[in-house]
Design a protein around this ligand. Sequence first.
Ligand code: UD1
Length: 361
Amino acid sequence: MHILHVVGARPNFMKAAPVLRALSAYPEVRQTLVHTGQHYDASMSDVFFRQLEMPEADVNLGVGSGTHGQQTAAVMTAFEPVVIERKPDLVLVYGDVNSTLAAALVCAKLAVPVGHVEAGLRSRDRSMPEEINRLLTDRLSDLLFTPSEDGDQNLLHEGIPQSRIHFVGNVMIDTLVRLLPKADANLPDAVTTPYALVTLHRPSNVDDLAWLRDLLATLSDLSGHLSVIFPVHPRTRQRLRDLGAGDSTKLRLLEPLPYLEFIGLQRRATMVITDSGGIQEETTFLGVPCLTVRENTERPITISLGTNQLVGRDLQKLRSSAEVILQQKRMPQQDENKPVPLWDGHAAERVARIIVRSSSD
Ligand code: UD1
């Protein structure tokens, strides 16, 4: 059986790594790894391949940046001949980035079966490009692997047959479980004082410069109480330049961090302030308080079972929620959260078993 994996952007890598590893245990499976090149900076891509111990990509489509239409079309144009030439039996796509949808669409048109890892998540906010990617990728997929049971419910609700849906758990947590011990050994320049860890990259937060300026001012106020460490995504770096905010803020602005350094910092943070999807899940697993600067989340389980709170576009709420966390003097590594079903480090093994079994049906 020939399985082709498509990855393109930073959040794909930690999801594909455990699935590649789990499938390599089956001698009957041959694997090909395609990198679309959506993320191309060494700090957004190469270092992740190394730390996650992923094989080098067999093919790099080198698509780079562009508008959504350009980027999606560039992946489709470059990926189609690869599928025609390599004739995979199944293509696996991950998460909700433009590369995910582009690859799924190419395969659907060529009648090549698609498996979607991290299926079924819904924010119900179609102004998010990722929501469009999630909806359409799930519609086109033959095997849908969900990280949590709300995903199954969403898919059933949309009329996707139960037989295609497989609740396997969270493959990204597989990577976290495997690499946490290494992360602890790899801590970046010992951070001794309490700190908040911040990441922001969603267009809704960083492309609105007036909002971004106010958000940065709120974070600067917070830095009067504890350090604020902010590894900056390339898109956000550009916007900070546009604002002339650069290094003049009181925040500790860093380059994007490698995986091990980032999860090491996350684990010890007093709180995390973010608009990322994956970080809501990682903080849930780690039991670290998380304030999500979004109006909605496609990962409601991080709120019902985890430590996540939505603060929306309400800076007063951000301020008061941060104060509550500070007053509780919560220490990092508190383990108050409840375990999330099947976020147990073995999700990718379940994915692999289902794929191999379904190929012999
Ligand atoms: C993408 C995903 C988002 C994911 C995020 C994680 C989509 C629609 N969005 O958003 O879901 O959470 O990745 O990082 O697919 N850039 C660089 N170097 C890089 C990559 C990007 O400089 O290696 C710059 C480019 O100027 C580009 C901008 O960042 O225009 C945005 O990159 P892009 O991949 O289009 O979207 P992200 O914002 O990274």
